[in-house]
Structures are given as structure tokens and as C-alpha cells.
Design a protein around this ligand. Structure first.
Ligand code: OAD
Length: 264
């Protein structure tokens, strides 16, 4: 395991371990990326477990569970409306754009995210595997019908399902709920089939998502972590790039593109 601080800018000056990292990326056809809240931090969206993160101020049991919603639907709805307003006013950052470009560079590329903000989509990523749902859509807690009309949504009142009169909730996965099966299957497949697997901006503390880099590693992938600090899985990865994903990823991409262009 190698920790790389101030990740290189100029690949001509790379040190041996950095060139090993780049070599494995240049030669890989199957690359997967797992992202967490840290990728969107530079877009102004708060993470969860950092000292200034959401779970330092808010109680996940109250705001991100079915029990919490049923005890106080209005409070939960208002909190999600607040988060939506932040997300709707945010833009992808260079980290999101670098990941979107990766889909053009590698023959087989999978992007798995725990984020609900849809910033990867806004940056141009396709086929994003969303493990924790999304904060844009809503559905009925009773009949599960999607709640379509954004006109009928306001900040202070929980909408009511037009089909059955049930309460409407955001389409995010809450604590205690299962992750969507098709997305999990795709994610496991990508992790076990990758030559290189990135774990970016995630504390790697929430399972089953946190298992994916470990599955990739056990299946023989080179695992690269990008984070502002060490995490629960830093000791298990091959390369640990310490810094902001919005700075590290564009630099890394530039280097890979230059080397690939030289090879043509
Ligand atoms: P966390 O808040 O647990 O972790 C965010 C990670 O991003 C931390 O390890 C930070 O060090 C890192 N970080 C912060 N800024 C960064 C930057 N600019 N560049 C790179 N890394 C940075 O968020 P997640 O791991 O995504 O689930 O949390 C997983 C799940 O827990 C979330 O999807 C959410 C939460 O409860 C649900 O709501 C179901």
C-alpha cells in the first residue's frame, strides 16, 4: 500500500510508485469507479461523516429512516426539500467531469455511486449505477407509485399520492432499507470484473457499498483510493491518493490521455 501526497502534476517527473499506478491505468481495459459524498464536496454539497458533515448536525435515525419519516413526515420532508434546494443550485466540479471523460477512455467502464445528487449525470456520465437512489424523484410509501408532478410539491407539506392517498417520500434509500437489487448485481459484477477499481470520496463505512473495493481487490484489481484523508479501507488498497478529487482526477486523466496519445 502506498500513500501519495500532493499527487504529481507532471508525469515526466513521476516517482517509481506513481509510474506503476499510471502504468496499470494505461494498460487497463476494464475500469470501475465507486464514488461517495466527497466527490460532490467541491460542488458545495455537504458530506455526511466529516466534522462539518450532515450527520454531525442531524440525526440519521430521525431524518433518514422509515421510522423517522412515519413519526414526523413533515420534518423529514422539509429536510429533503432543503437538501434538494442546495443540490438543484449546485454544479458538477472537475472531479465529476474527469469521471465522465473516463467512460470515453476505457473499453469497459462502470460508475457506481452512493450519491443521490445526480451530479454525475449532469457532468455527462451515462449508465450511472445509483446504489442509494436519488433525491430528485419521489414515490408513495403505500402503493409505491412514482409521484410525478413537481408542480404539486411544496416545501412545507408532504404530498399525497394521487392513486391511493398515501404519503409521498423521496426516492432515496434510507437506513434499514435494502439496496436496489439490479443495481447491486451490476455493482458486484463491475467490482469483480475490474482491472482497476477507484474508491473516490467515500469513508467506506457504509455497507454493502464499502465492500465493493474489497471485492475488486480480492478479484485481482488494482485498487486506487482518492480521498482527502485515510479511510476504513486505506490499509487494503494499492494506492492511496490524498487530496481533493476535483484536483487529483483531472491531473490523473491528463497524464493518462497524454500517454495514450503518445502510444498511437
Ligand atoms: P461520508 O460523509 O461518510 O464520507 C465522505 C468522504 O469524502 C470522507 O472520507 C472525506 O474524507 C472525503 N472527502 C471530503 N471532501 C473530499 C474531496 N474534496 N475529495 C475527496 N474526498 C473528499 O460519505 P459517504 O462515504 O458517501 O447514505 O457515505 C456513504 C453513505 O452514508 C451515504 O450515501 C449516505 C450516508 O449515510 C444514505 O443516506 C443511505
Amino acid at each position: 500500500m502506498l500513500f501519495v501526497n500532493n499527487f504529481l502534476i507532471l508525469y515526466k517527473n513521476v516517482m517509481k510508485f506513481e509510474s506503476e499506478l499510471i502504468e496499470s491505468l494505461v494498460n487497463s481495459k476494464r475500469v470501475s469507479v465507486l464514488t461517495g459524498a466527497g466527490i460532490s464536496a467541491e460542488s458545495g454539497i455537504q458530506t455526511f461523516r466529516d466534522p462539518d458533515g450532515l450527520w454531525a448536525k442531524f440525526n440519521p435515525a430521525e431524518l433518514a429512516s422509515m421510522d423517522g419519516f412515519m413519526s414526523n413526515p413533515k420534518l423529514v420532508w422539509e429536510w429533503y426539500q432543503y437538501r434538494r434546494s442546495v443540490i438543484n443550485n449546485s454544479k458538477p466540479n472537475p472531479g465529476h467531469y474527469a469521471i465522465a471523460e473516463m467512460q470515453e477512455i476505457f473499453d469497459e467502464f462502470s460508475l457506481i455511486t452512493q450519491n443521490v445528487d445526480r451530479l454525475h449525470h449532469k457532468a455527462g456520465s451515462q449508465n450511472v449505477i445509483e446504489l442509494h437512489g436519488n433525491i430528485i424523484e419521489n414515490f408513495c410509501v403505500e402503493c409505491k407509485a412514482p409521484f410525478e408532478s413537481s408542480d404539486d410539491v411544496n416545501d412545507d407539506e408532504v404530498p399525497i399520492c394521487k392513486s391511493c392517498g398515501g404519503l409521498v417520500r423521496p426516492a432515496v434509500v434510507w437506513f434499514g432499507e435494502s439496496l436496489p437489487e439490479p443495481q447491486m448485481t451490476q455493482a458486484y459484477k463491475a467490482a469483480s470484473n475490474s482491472e482497476v477499481f477507484f474508491s473516490i470520496g467515500t469513508s467506506a463505512e457504509v455497507y454493502p457499498a464499502a465492500q465493493l473495493p474489497l471485492i475488486a481487490s480480492d478479484s485481482g484489481a488494482v485498487v486506487i483510493e482518492v480521498n482527502t484523508k485515510h479511510t476504513a479501507i486505506s490499509g487494503r488498497v494499492d494506492f492511496c491518493l490524498i487530496g481533493k478529487s476535483g484536483e487529483i482526477l483531472p491531473n490523473l486523466l491528463k497524464i493518462i490521455k497524454n500517454i495514450k496519445a503518445e502510444k498511437i
